[in-house]
Structures are given as C-alpha cells and as structure tokens.
Ligand binder design. Structure first.
Ligand code: NAP
Length: 235
C-alpha cells in the first residue's frame, strides 16, 4: 500500500503518519512538511517539502509519486499570528478570508487535480481530507468564524462535487470529508478554554479514530462527511 499524508508535520498530520505506519508496517508512507521536518519522526517515512499553496510544487510531487492508494490531506489554518476567527461581521477582513480559502479549500482542489492519475492506479483508492464540523451549513447554530466556516463549507462542496465526477471515471476511489473533533494542536490552542471537559482529544486518539473510517469506507460512501466517531454529518 502506498500512502501520501499532506501536512504530516502538523498536530493531526503527525499522528496520522504514526498511526498509518503502526497499522500498516509494510506500507510505503510519504509525508509532506512545509518548512521543518518534525523532530519526532519515524524511520521509513519518505518526507517531501511542499507548500500546498503552490500548484507547481504539487504538480512536481505528483510527477514523482505516480502510484498511490491513499492521499490524506491534513493541512489547514484557523488563525494567523495577528488574526483569529471573526466574532462578528465587522471584523471580517478580505485578506484573512482569502488566506482561509488558500489554505483550507484550494490545496485539496489542486491535490485532487494532480494526484488523480496516481490514485487511478489503485483498486481501493481513498482521497480523504480533514475538514471541520463548523463547515456544516445545517449544523451552524452559533454563527461567527465567517472565514473558517466558509472555507470549510467550500471545501465540503468541492469534495462532494469531486466524488460525483470520480464516481463516473474513478469508480473505485472513495472521497471523504472528515471532522476530527476538537484536537489539542497549535490550531485549536487559543480556543481550548471553552472546550467541555473530555472533549479535547489528543491527536493520537483522533488518528486512531479516523484511520479505520478511511480504511473501511466503501465506494457507496464516497462524498460523505464523517465525524471522528463514525457518525455521518449533515452538509
Ligand atoms: N485541531 C482541531 O481542533 C481541529 C478541529 C476541526 C478541524 N481541524 C482541521 O484539522 C486539520 C489539521 O489541523 P491541526 O489541528 O493538525 O493543525 P496544526 O497542528 O496547526 O497543523 C496544520 C498543518 O498545516 C500545515 N500548513 C499550513 N500552511 C501550509 C502551507 N502553505 N503548505 C503546507 N502546509 C501548510 C502546517 O505546516 P507547518 O507546521 O509547517 O506550518 C501544519 O502541518 C486542519 O484542516 C483543521 O482545520 C482541526
């Protein structure tokens, strides 16, 4: 089995790399990082530097990895050094909104575009992306977080549309949108005080939950949005 984990240096990404390697010791595992390789890295992982906002770099990597069974994208942002998710409309900023689309939506679009040939070689292909429940339009009861919500809703729409296209020409490939639950990583760090007790998960727990969902998904489930506990979420 050949697996590519994009954003393998992030909180959830690193845990996914570890979990895939432990669960499938014979798998060839490739992982990407942006600037720094993780300190705590396992042997036998093939690391590649990749800025997911750069289509030319994605294309170049896809020309190196021409056969893949699974691609899992763990890249995303919620805040930058000087901007966080909006509490109200008045704090909406065009650059921050576009930054959310650039990191949370477009990378999966470009990864699907350039890695479809590699996934086409597999008879049990998976294209799985870590999205977020706050991208669910139906589930939005609290408001706020305009840019992050909109970028994840756009990501979900892209994945649903991709699943429909690939059902026609890549029937074996299962496309999944996944919600990890609130996970203890740098992304959630500024917002962890308000998380109810027992609801802040370790990245290891989340990877342990998500991996079987990816592994056991059937072609009939392509284009679905699943939470870490296996429940199907509404769009
Ligand atoms: N943590 C949560 O509570 C939570 C909840 C719901 C959904 N999610 C989703 O889960 C996913 C993973 O988040 P996380 O919690 O693991 O966050 P994280 O620890 O901050 O990891 C984010 C990853 O994105 C990478 N990244 C950012 N910009 C990049 C770029 N231009 N090119 C390549 N990689 C880039 C980071 O690389 P560098 O470290 O090199 O910058 C890092 O590997 C995100 O999509 C997030 O929206 C997380």
């Amino acid at each position: 089995m050949k697996v590519l984990i994009v954003g393998g240096s992030g909180g959830i990404g690193q845990a996914m790399v570890k979990q895939v390697q432990e669960t499938y010791p014979d798998a060839t595992v490739h992982a990407t990082y942006r600037h720094h390789l993780p300190n705590d890295r396992q042997n036998n992982i093939q690391w590649h530097a990749l800025d997911v906002t750069n289509e030319a770099e994605i294309k170049q990597l896809s020309e190196q990895l021409t056969e893949l069974d699974w691609l899992i994208n763990c890249v995303g942002i919620l805040h930058t050094q000087d901007k966080g998710p909006e509490k109200s409309l008045q704090s909406l900023d065009i650059d921050f909104f576009q930054h959310n689309l650039t990191l949370n939506t477009l990378p999966s679009v470009m990864l699907a575009k350039h890695f479809c040939h590699a996934l086409k070689q597999s008879d049990s292909a998976r294209f799985a992306v870590i999205s977020a429940k706050v991208g669910s339009i139906t589930d939005n009861r609290l408001g706020g977080w305009y840019s992050y919500r909109a970028s994840k809703a756009a990501l979900n729409m892209f994945l649903k549309t991709l699943a429909i296209e690939w059902q026609r020409n890549m029937k074996h490939c299962v496309v999944l949108s996944l919600h990890p639950g609130t996970t203890d990583t740098p992304l959630s760090q500024p917002f962890q005080q308000s998380v109810p007790k027992g609801k802040l998960f370790t990245p290891e727990y989340v990877a342990n939950c998500l991996l079987p969902i990816i592994a056991n998904a059937t072609p009939a489930q392509t284009g679905c949005f699943f939470a870490y506990d296996g429940t199907e979420l509404p769009w």
